[in-house]
Design a protein around this ligand. Structure first.
Ligand SMILES: *Cc1c(COP(=O)(O)O)cnc(C)c1O
Length: 406
């Protein structure tokens, strides 16, 4: 191994150590199985396979054809659906771009949740290509932090969007897909769902299914609550299938990552195991317990609680910023991210809250008691930050407690 290669592997080892010594609360992260790692680290990375199974532009695709077909079948089983599925998107962002390309022309209108209220950059934000290609209109949350369905309906009828998009990166409550479907029908729009965050809960029946609501297009990542490799999937009603496929390739991607598709197939097989349903139920149970602990200590949570795998801690009353808490907790091996809160007065780089998710540590076996104790450690950090004693007195002690919990 040459020196530079050694350097790469020593960085990977160091990251492995960081991951094992950290309470990981980033709501979009998880820990995949050894089988997923093996598939993604396999020889399939060597193979070019532009096109779809049976219709490739390269020879030698017999095995990857069978594998990609298997992957597609497994994902349809996971969501108990006969929708068309494309398993090639390299990421959630790629899946969304292809989905838009399939049904929208440049200049068409997209109605989606605003970034500040919990939406995603790829949902028409001006700094993302989706906001440059399409005219985006945003709906938001009401004063309690819930999606304002009246706002959705009003804007749908006023702006005549081609696509109405439901889905979020920072929303702690159940999304009413049926209500969105009804508005899309009334407005004559396609109804698209980006279930990137909650897909694992949908698979396990812990969140209403966008398939049951009859969404036209459903995109997801595979690496959040689904606990697969980094990647994306697109599901669509059969009549949109061809448009979706050509939007992925050749319009927005080249050769599919067959090694990642193999990892997605493994993740789908794991999601079909009865143990996955128990896993997803525990994510939600753990999240409820942790939220309850914060509430009992007097903290504000956006919407006052959570129905899913994440919560938004509003630190406005504590007068501690999101970035302050994120940085302080990093120093004691608790990882989370700052997040805007409704009626945010600070910039997104500072933010008045943090987002906390339970999917990753539930994989590591954390139970409600450990999540409650983690909440109390976060509270200690918040109080020490207010009193100016974080570095001198508390940081090392919290880090010790983190080690004990792990
Ligand atoms: C994470 C996320 C994405 C993007 O996924 P990437 O794989 O990071 O591109 C898209 N939409 C939503 C709602 C997300 O939370």
């Amino acid at each position: 191994m040459n020196e530079k290669v050694k350097e790469v592997f020593s960085l990977i080892e160091a990251e492995k150590k960081r991951q094992s010594e950290t309470i990981e609360l980033i709501a979009s992260e998880n820990f995949v199985s050894q089988d997923v790692l093996s598939a993604v680290g396999s020889c399939l990375t060597n193979k070019y396979a532009e096109g779809l199974p049976g219709k490739r532009y390269y020879g030698g695709c017999e095995q990857v054809d069978r594998m990609e077909d298997l992957c597609r079948d497994l994902w349809r089983q996971v969501f108990r659906t006969d929708y068309h599925v494309n398993v090639q998107p390299h990421s959630g962002s790629q899946a969304n771009l292809a989905a838009y390309c399939a049904v929208m022309d440049v200049g068409d209108t997209l109605l989606a949740m605003s970034l500040n209220d919990g939406g995603h950059l790829t949902h028409g934000s001006p700094v993302n290509q989706s906001g440059k290609l399409y005219r985006s209109v945003f709906y938001g949350t009401d004063e309690n932090g819930y999606i304002d369905m009246e706002d959705v309906r009003r804007k749908a009828l006023e702006y005549h969007p081609k696509v109405i998009l439901a889905g979020a990166s920072a929303y702690p409550r159940i999304i009413d897909f049926d209500a969105f479907r009804a508005i899309a029908d009334e407005a004559g729009a396609y109804f698209m769902v980006d279930m990137a965050h909650i897909a694992g809960l949908v698979a396990a029946g812990c969140h209403p299914s966008p398939f049951a609501a009859g969404a036209d297009i459903i995109t997801t990542t595979t690496h959040k609550t689904l606990r697969g490799p980094r990647g994306g999937l697109i599901f669509a009603k059969e009549e949109l299938g061809k448009k979706i496929d050509s939007a992925v390739f050749p319009r927005t991607q080249g050769g599919p990552l067959e090694h990642v598709i193999a990892g997605k197939a493994v993740a789908a097989a794991e999601a079909l195991d009865p143990s996955f349903k128990i896993y997803a139920e525990r994510i939600v149970e753990n999240c409820a317990a942790m939220a309850d602990e914060f509430l009992s200590m007097g903290y504000d949570l956006v919407t006052g609680g959570t129905d899913n795998h994440l919560m938004l801690l509003d630190l406005t009353r504590q007068d501690v910023t999101g970035i302050q808490l994120q940085t302080a907790l990093d120093a004691c091996h608790i990882t989370l991210n700052k997040n805007c809160v409704p009626h945010e007065t600070r910039s997104p780089q500072v933010a008045s809250g943090v987002r906390i998710g339970t999917a990753a540590m539930t994989t590591k076996g954390f139970d409600p008691d450990r999540f409650r104790r983690t909440a109390r450690l976060i509270d200690r950090a918040v109080r020490a930050l207010r009193e100016g004693t974080f570095e001198s007195a508390e940081c090392a002690k919290i880090a010790d407690e983190v080690r004990r919990l792990l």
